[in-house]
Design a protein around this ligand. Structure first.
Ligand SMILES: [Zn+2]
Length: 119
């Protein structure tokens, strides 16, 4: 299983971490390691900096070579649902240009925003 972590604020220029773990059962253990700054050095730095992070996406069937491919692309933000929603709203991208699986999320987010505007 491959997972994507999104940091609440960037560390230097990094705002994501892509990791691999055996299965859904081992994911919580792996995340616990990250939370305590063990395992990956970037996660140690994130912990020291006091930056909160979240699991924003998982690929349940993916293996280590998939993890490698994603890391080599060096564009984790493109894979991140949090970053993409923020990006779409800030650029005022029309809904029809968004990927189908993201439409509902973005629409919900825009509706919330409109309700906020009315207040
Ligand atoms: Zn992100």
């Amino acid at each position: 299983m491959v997972y994507l972590l999104h940091f609440d604020r960037p560390l230097c220029h990094a705002q994501h971490y892509i990791g691999y773990t055996e299965s859904a059962e081992t994911l919580p253990i792996r995340l616990d390691h990250h939370a305590h700054g063990r395992g990956a050095s970037i996660m140690r730095a994130v912990t020291v900096a006091g930056i909160n992070w979240h699991v924003v996406r998982v690929w349940p069937e993916a293996d280590r070579s998939f993890e490698r491919r994603l890391k080599d692309q060096k564009n984790s933000a493109r894979l991140c649902p949090v970053c993409n929603i923020l990006l779409d709203i800030s650029l005022d991208v029309p809904l029809y240009s968004c990927l189908a699986q993201r439409k509902e999320l973005i629409y919900a987010s825009l509706q919330t925003r409109r309700q906020d505007d009315r207040r």
